[in-house]
Ligand binder design. Sequence first.
Ligand code: ZN
Ligand code: ZN
Length: 190
Amino acid sequence: MQPYPDICPCQINPTAETADAPLSYRDCCKPYHDAFYNDEIDKADGTKAETAERLMRTRYSAFVLVKPEYIVKTTVPAQQGLLDFDAIESWAKETHWAGLEIVEHTPKLGKRHAQVEFKAYFNAKDNTVDLAEKIQAHHELSTFVKVKSKANQDALWYFLDPTVAMTVSQKQPCICGSGEKFKRCCGGYL
Ligand SMILES: [Zn+2]
Ligand SMILES: [Zn+2]
C-alpha cells in the first residue's frame, strides 16, 4: 500500500496562485473514493459528490492514485460495461500527472446536467530542453448528469463519457433513466 499523499492530487495546480492552504487527501477526495470502494455509495450515509465539480476533482485524484474502479463507477451506469478498464488503468499509471485546474463550472444546465471545463496537467515524456515546455494540459469540457439511484432517493452525479459509442437511437429513452427521449436529454451532450 502506498501512503496517502499529504496534499490531495486535485489541490495541486501548477499555474494557480492560490492563497488558501491546499487540503490533504484525507480531508478532500479520500472519503469519496472510500465510499465507492466499500460499495456504500447507494447507502444514505455514503459520501457522494455534491456537485459536478466535486465529482470531477475526485475523478482526477482517482486517475493520479490509479483507482480505475472509481473512474468506472462514477461514469453513467449505462456506459460502465462499455469502458475499457485495463486501458483506463494503464493510462492512469503511465501519465505523469501534474495538477488540475477548474476553468469553469456550470452547475446547472437544463434539468439534470452540468458541465466542468478543466485542464488536467501532465508532464510530457519528451526530452524538451526547456523545462516549462514539458508540462502540457488536457483541456476538456466534461458533461455530468444527475441520476436517481436505486437504493435511495438522492440523485448522484455521473460522468457522461463522449468517447463511448452508444447504440441508442435519438428517439429511444435516455441512457440515464430520466424517461425522456435520448435526443432531448443526454444525447445532446454525447
Ligand atoms: Zn481532492
Ligand atoms: Zn439522459
